[in-house]
Design a protein around this ligand. Structure first.
Ligand code: ZN
Ligand code: ZN
Ligand code: FE
Length: 765
C-alpha cells in the first residue's frame, strides 16, 4: 500500500491507570492499524502504522479519551514503515524526561454499575467492583509507577478468572491494577449484630434511625437517614456540630432533582468521574420539594442555608447501601459527613476508627482494603454555569496543573485554614488534597502524611519551600522547621490568592492584573489583618492600590464568632452610637458592651483589619440575620441566602473612596449608616442584603474603571467570592464594562488555593 505510514505518538496528561491503553487498543483495532502502545514515565507512547487517513483519524480520537483521562498533548513523529501487523499492548518501560502522575480516585463507572446489578455477572453485588475506567487510585497508591504491587490491593492475590481478565487486551479490565472479584478481593464487614449479609444489617440500622460509620475511598463517613430528624439531631449531638450543614447522598440524579435545582452543569458534575459534593439551591419544604417525605432531607440537615450539598454514590458500597431491586427498602437520602468530631481530620485508618468512631457511630461498615492517605470529598458549586470549587480534594488530587512558566523544584505549604500544599517542578504543579485547619496536632500529622505521600507520587525533591508571610502561621513554622539548608520564601496572602488565579488561567510571566482579594483574614506587612484588598499584581509582586478602611477587630477569634461585635466595631469606627433599636446592640449583653466599648476606646486586644469578610458579618448582624456564628462564614452565607431573589428597591448603598492617600481607602461608614437606617425603617433583611451585595459589586467596578490604565484584566478571589450572588453580580457588571474577568475555576477562591499562588509568586521573584 503506497500511502502506508508509521508514526510515533507521545501522549501526555492523566493517561495511566484510567483505561487509556485499552482505549488505544480498541481505537487502533477499529481503524485496522498495526503497532503497539505502552506506558512509560512520560505518559503513553504509541507506535502505529497504516493508511495515512486512518492515522490522522487515530490521532484525532486520542484527543477524546475515556472520561477519567485528560490528554494535555499528543506529539507525532514520522518513522520508517516496518510493515508489521496486529496491535498489542506492551508492559511499562522506564524512560527519563517526565513524570506520569498517579490518577485521582475515580467514581464507579456506568459499565461497572450495570454489572453490579446483573445477577448473571460474576461481580453481581460485589462491593469492590472496579475497572480500568474507575475505582480508587490516589488513596491506595504508595509510590510510582502506578502498579498493583505499590497499592494496598497488593494485599489481595488475584484469582484465575481475574488474572485472565487482567491479561486480556480485549477485556475492559486489562491491566486494571485494582481488579478483584468476590473470590479474591476485599471483604465487607458490619459490626452490627443480626442475621443477613453486612449490607442488609447496615441498611436495617439506618432505617431504624441509627448512625453508621462507612469506610469509603478516602476515609470513613458517618451516615444516617437524612429524612429522620431524630437521627440527624443525634448525629449533630455526637459530632458536637451546631448548625453547619451536612451533605446528603441520594441514589441517583432524579432523586437529586427532587430535592434541589440541578442545571445541566451541575448534573454533569454530580454524575462525572470526580463525583464531588455539589452545592445546589434547595427546593424548600414549603411546596418546592417534589418527593415523598422519605426522600426529603429534614430541615435540620442544613438549617438556614440556602443551598444543599448533594452527592451521588461513587462506590459500589454506596449503591448497595441504598439497596438494589429485591432488597428490603433502604434509606432514600443519607447524611454523609466525614467520620470525625468537629474540626478533626477525617478518620481513615481502621485501628484509629475503632477508637475515634466509637461513641460517634452505632456500628461500622468496613472492609480490609487499607486506605493509605485520607482524602475528603470535594465540594463545588456552579455559578452562571461555571464551576466554582469550594474544596478540591477526592477526584481531583493529584491531577497536575500546567504552569505558565517554569519554576525550580518547590514545595509550597499553603495557609493555616483549609490547608493544601503543592509540589511543583518545571511547568507542572501538583496540589494535595484538602488537609484542614492547622490548629491541632492531628491536622499537623495529616499534613505530614499528605506532604510525604505527594512527594513520593510526584518525585519532586524541592530545593525551595514557600509559605505565607504570616509570622505565626503553623504552616510557615512547619516550612522553617523542615527546610534544613533550603531556602524558605514567603508570599503575602492576598498576592498568593491573585497569583493562583493568574496561574490557573495560564497568564504569562509578564502579565499584570487588577486583583480584588476579598476574604476574612490575611496577614499584611503593616501588621494589620488584611482582607478587603485591591492590588495591581503580577507574579513577582504587587502594589496595594486600595483597601477597606481599617476598623478594630476586637478580641480576634471572638469577633469572628460573634458578628454583633463586628457590627458594633463598625458603628463605633463610623462615629455612630449604639442605639438600642439596632439588632447587634440588643444582641450584645450589656456587660460585654461595656468591655467592648473600653476595648475600642483604648485599643486593648484590638487589631486593625480591612477584612471584607468581617464587613459582611457586620452587615448580617445589623440586618438582624445572624449575630453569633457556629461555623465559618455562616453570617455571610445566610445574608446571601436572604438576598437571593430580593429586589434592590430604589435605594442603593455606595462606598465612597478616599483617594488622597496611597493606597486609596474605601470607607464603609456610609454603607453601615444606610443599613442602620434601613433596619430602623423595618426594610426587609433580604432587601438590605441585596442592596449590600450590589454595593460591593458596584465598588469593584468603580475601582476597576479608576485603575483601568494599569490593566484591563480583573481577578476576583478570596473566600468572600465563594458567595455566588456577589461573584455573579460583580462578574456581570465588570464584563459589561469590557473587562476580562478571571475567577477561580479549578481551585477554590478560599485559602485552599493559596499553595499554587505561592508556587508562582515565589517562582517569579
Ligand atoms: Zn468501572
Ligand atoms: Zn478474582
Ligand atoms: Fe484568604
Amino acid at each position: 500500500m503506497s500511502d502506508r505510514r508509521r508514526r510515533r505518538l507521545r501522549v501526555r496528561g492523566v493517561v495511566q491507570g484510567v483505561g487509556f491503553r485499552p482505549f488505544v487498543y480498541t481505537t487502533a483495532t477499529e481503524l485496522a492499524l498495526a503497532g503497539e502502545v505502552g506506558n512509560d514515565e512520560a505518559g503513553v507512547l504509541v507506535e502505529i502504522e497504516g493508511a495515512a487517513a486512518a492515522l490522522d483519524e487515530f490521532a484525532d480520537r486520542l484527543r477524546r479519551p475515556p472520561p477519567a483521562a485528560t490528554v494535555d498533548s499528543v506529539e507525532c513523529t514520522d518513522m520508517a514503515v516496518r510493515d508489521i501487523s496486529g496491535f498489542r499492548i506492551v508492559g511499562s518501560t522506564p524512560a527519563g524526561g517526565g513524570r506520569t502522575p498517579v490518577p485521582p480516585d475515580i467514581a464507579l463507572c456506568a459499565a461497572c454499575a450495570l454489572e453490579l446489578r446483573d445477577p448473571g455477572n460474576r461481580r453481581y453485588r460485589h462491593p469492590f467492583i472496579n475497572c480500568t475506567d474507575c475505582g480508587p487510585r490516589f488513596t491506595i497508591t504508595a509510590s510510582l509507577p502506578y502498579d498493583r504491587e505499590r497499592t494496598s490491593m497488593a494485599d489481595f492475590g488475584l484469582c484465575g478468572s481475574c488474572v485472565r481478565e487482567y491479561s486480556d487486551p480485549a477485556d475492559r479490565r486489562f491491566h486494571a491494577q485494582a481488579i478483584c472479584c468476590p473470590g479474591c478481593g476485599p471483604v465487607l464487614a458490619c459490626s452490627e449484630p443480626g442475621t443477613g449479609d453486612p449490607l442488609s444489617r447496615a441498611r436495617a440500622l439506618l432505617r431504624a434511625g441509627g448512625i453508621l460509620a462507612v469506610k469509603g475511598i478516602g476515609g470513613y463517613h458517618l451516615a444516617c437517614d437524612a429524612a429522620d430528624p431524630a437521627a440527624v439531631a443525634e448525629l449533630r449531638r455526637r459530632k458536637r456540630r451546631g448548625d453547619k450543614p451536612f451533605a446528603v447522598m441520594v441514589p441517583d440524579l432524579a432523586a437529586a432533582e427532587h430535592i434541589a435545582r440541578v442545571d445541566a452543569s451541575a448534573a454533569a458534575l454530580l454524575t462525572g468521574p470526580a463525583r464531588p459534593i455539589v452545592l445546589l439551591p434547595r427546593r424548600d419544604s414549603s411546596g418546592g420539594a417534589r418527593a415523598a417525605p422519605d426522600f426529603v432531607p429534614a430541615d435540620s440537615v442544613a438549617p438556614g442555608s440556602p443551598d444543599l450539598g448533594v452527592l451521588l454514590p461513587y462506590t459500589a458500597v454506596h449503591l448497595l447501601l441504598f439497596g438494589l431491586p429485591g432488597d428490603p427498602p433502604g434509606p432514600r437520602v443519607l447524611v454523609m459527613t466525614s467520620g470525625n468530631r468537629g474540626g478533626e481530620p477525617i478518620c481513615y485508618d481502621d485501628e484509629d476508627a475503632s477508637t475515634r468512631l466509637t461513641g460517634l457511630a452505632d456500628a461500622r461498615l468496613s472492609h480490609d482494603r487499607r486506605i493509605l492517605v485520607p482524602c475528603d470529598d470535594s465540594v463545588l458549586r456552579v455559578v452562571d454555569e461555571v464551576e466554582l470549587p469550594v474544596r478540591r480534594s477526592r477526584g481531583y488530587a493529584p491531577v497536575p496543573m500546567a504552569l505558565p512558566m517554569p519554576v525550580p523544584p518547590t514545595l509550597a505549604v499553603g495557609g493555616d485554614v483549609k490547608n493544601t500544599c503543592a509540589f511543583a517542578d518545571g511547568r507542572t504543579a501538583w496540589l494535595s488534597q484538602h488537609i484542614g485547619d492547622m490548629d491541632d496536632l492531628a491536622t499537623l500529622h495529616a499534613f505530614d502524611l499528605a506532604e510525604r505521600h505527594l512527594e513520593r507520587l510526584t518525585r519532586v525533591s524541592p530545593d525551595r519551600l514557600v509559605a505565607d508571610a504570616h509570622p505565626r502561621y503553623r504552616s510557615a513554622g512547619w516550612a522553617r522547621r523542615h527546610a534544613g539548608e533550603r531556602e524558605v520564601r514567603t508570599v503575602q496572602h492576598h498576592h498568593a490568592h491573585i497569583a493562583a488565579v493568574m496561574g490557573e488561567h495560564g497568564l504569562d510571566a509578564a502579565e499584570r492584573v487588577l486583583g480584588f482579594a476579598f476574604d476574612g483574614t490575611g496577614w499584611g506587612p503593616d501588621g494589620a489583618i488584611w482582607g478587603g484588598e485591591v492590588l495591581a499584581a503580577g507574579y513577582p509582586g504587587y502594589r496595594r492600590l486600595a483597601h477597606l478602611k481599617y476598623v478594630p477587630l476586637p478580641g480576634g477569634d471572638v469577633a469572628v464568632r460573634r458578628p454583633y461585635r463586628m457590627a458594633l466595631s463598625h458603628l463605633w469606627a463610623a462615629g455612630f452610637g449604639w442605639p438600642e433599636h439596632l439588632a447587634p446592640v440588643r444582641a450584645c449583653p450589656p456587660d460585654e458592651r461595656g468591655v467592648l466599648e473600653h476595648q475600642l476606646r483604648t485599643g486593648l486586644g484590638c487589631v486593625a483589619t480591612s477584612s471584607m469578610g468581617r464587613l459582611f458579618d457586620a452587615v448580617a448582624s445589623l440586618a438582624d440575620v445572624r449575630h453569633v456564628v457556629d461555623y465559618e462564614a455562616q453570617a455571610a452565607i445566610e445574608l446571601e441566602g436572604s438576598a437571593r431573589g430580593a429586589s434592590l428597591g430604589t435605594v442603593g448603598y455606595r462606598f465612597p473612596v478616599e483617594r488622597g492617600t496611597d493606597p486609596a481607602v474605601i470607607d464603609p461608614a456610609p454603607v453601615i449608616a444606610a443599613v442602620a437606617e434601613d433596619t430602623a425603617r423595618a426594610v426587609d433583611a433580604g432587601v438590605i442584603g441585596a442592596r449590600f451585595h450590589a454595593a460591593v459589586a458596584r465598588l469593584v467596578v468603580e475601582l476597576a474603571l479608576d485603575y483601568a490604565d494599569i490593566a484591563r484584566t480583573v481577578i476576583l478571589s478570596g473566600g468572600v467570592f465563594q458567595n455566588a450572588l456577589l461573584l455573579s453580580t460583580t462578574r456581570t457588571l465588570l464584563r459589561d464594562q469590557g473587562f476580562t474577568v478571571l475567577c477561580p475555576q479549578r481551585l477554590p477562591p478560599n485559602d485552599g488555593g493559596l499553595a499554587l499562588g505561592q508556587v508562582l509568586a515565589a517562582g517569579a521573584g
